[in-house]
Ligand binder design. Structure first.
Ligand SMILES: [Mg+2]
Length: 377
């Protein structure tokens, strides 16, 4: 079957997604999530998704949740949606309890396994849910997810599954209608050469969490400054030929980070593009200015009185930034007043660099224009 003939599916949870209550066992408990009708109507009008409900309803048919208490409100919900011309192609509800460990219970996929066939395009399909188990279901199905709860922390293993985390159905309909400003800006870079083996996961709109390890203590310390002060979420590791020296590991780490930032920025619509920052540290002050111009250029006006910081050769600091600039295709200017302590000078440079990046990648709310008169960055 040709890929464009394959059907796309929007799997939709019920409780916490269509209605607010987690156990709707009476008509009084039906209360709809804001904008659910408007959003599903928009998606149904503009896009080509099958709507498939996937819900766990714990213990329906037991004395504490009799079938009659379940089915009346369920039919009322579906009828109200139909009244708004929102029609589900398929309804899948599991009645088991968590301890039953049923194969039909989310995040297990037995209820909807038939969608993992050649007839459907799971890579273009989504699951809308309010829990991490819904996102895990999406991962298990090979589709992506919209997590309708902004307060949840997304674990690393689901970061590539969650396309959007939001409190509003309107964001979901806008996303599916192609609104770039809602795109999650992240990238995964894997590089393997005879000298290094690298993996980096990077998300620009993060909180400054994660860790990067290289086996070089000083460099790891500087990379944690980048994470903290850029507020990017970064998980990474470089396994390099440290038995030779620090050179390849430092250079390739900078290249991988630059590639990840460039990829996560996408077409750069609606970003500030320029960022500058000065950072003081005791007897030194460092300045960084960055322009995600699409062109690499590099000016470095700093020197170090100490030849090595710890075991790390000071000259590799310049090389790190130059390699980043080349890979991220950015103009990068760095300068620092040399104080007595090269560790401080280096740390101030890394902090200023991270904070300048944070400003440059910032999205301007409501702006989807390219920050260039050339029409390309
Ligand atoms: Mg739910």
């Amino acid at each position: 079957m040709h890929i464009k003939d394959k059907k796309k599916v929007l799997f939709i949870d019920r409780d916490g997604v269509i209605v607010k209550e987690q156990q709707v066992d009476s008509y009084e408990k039906i209360e709809y999530i804001p904008h659910v009708f408007e959003a599903l109507r928009t998606i149904s009008d503009k896009e080509d998704y099958l709507f498939v409900m996937v819900s766990n309803q714990d213990g329906v048919g037991t004395p504490s949740f009799p079938y009659e208490s379940y089915i009346g409100p369920m039919e009322r919900i579906l009828e109200t949606l139909r009244g708004e011309r929102i029609v589900f192609d398929d309804i899948n509800v599991d009645f088991s309890m968590p301890e039953d460990d049923a194969p039909t219970r989310k995040p297990k996929t037995a209820m909807i396994d038939r969608y993992r066939s050649d007839e459907y395009d799971m890579a273009a399909s989504f699951m809308v849910g309010d829990r991490l188990t819904d996102m895990l279901l999406a991962k298990n199905m090979g589709c992506r997810g919209f997590l309708l709860d902004k307060s949840l922390d997304i674990p690393d293993e689901l970061k590539n599954t969650v396309a959007l985390q939001t409190d509003s159905w309107l964001d979901i309909s806008a996303y599916l209608a192609g609104d770039e400003s809602l795109r999650i800006r992240k990238a995964v870079v894997r590089r393997k050469t005879r000298e290094t083996d690298i993996e980096v996961l990077l998300a620009l709109d993060g909180t400054g969490s994660g860790m990067y390890t290289t086996g070089i203590g000083f460099l790891d310390h500087m990379l944690s400054q980048i994470i903290r002060h850029s507020r990017f979420d970064i998980e990474g590791r470089t396994i390099g030929d440290l038995e030779v020296d620090e050179h390849h590991t430092t250079e390739d780490t900078a290249i991988a980070l630059g590639e990840a930032v460039l990829e996560a920025l996408g077409d750069k619509r609606g970003i500030e593009r320029y960022g500058s920052e000065a950072v003081m540290m005791d007897d030194t002050i460092a300045f960084a200015s960055i322009d995600f111009s699409g062109r690499p250029d590099f000016i470095f006006d700093a020197s170090f009185t100490m030849e090595r910081i710890g075991t790390f050769p000071s000259e590799l600091i310049r090389h790190f930034f130059r390699s980043f600039s080349a890979a991220a295709k950015c103009n990068l200017y760095l300068s620092a007043r040399e104080g007595g302590d090269s560790h401080h000078t280096a740390e101030a440079l890394f902090k200023a660099f991270a904070r300048a990046m944070r400003k440059a990648v910032k999205r301007i709310p409501g702006d989807s224009a390219l920050p260039s008169t050339k029409g390309l960055l």
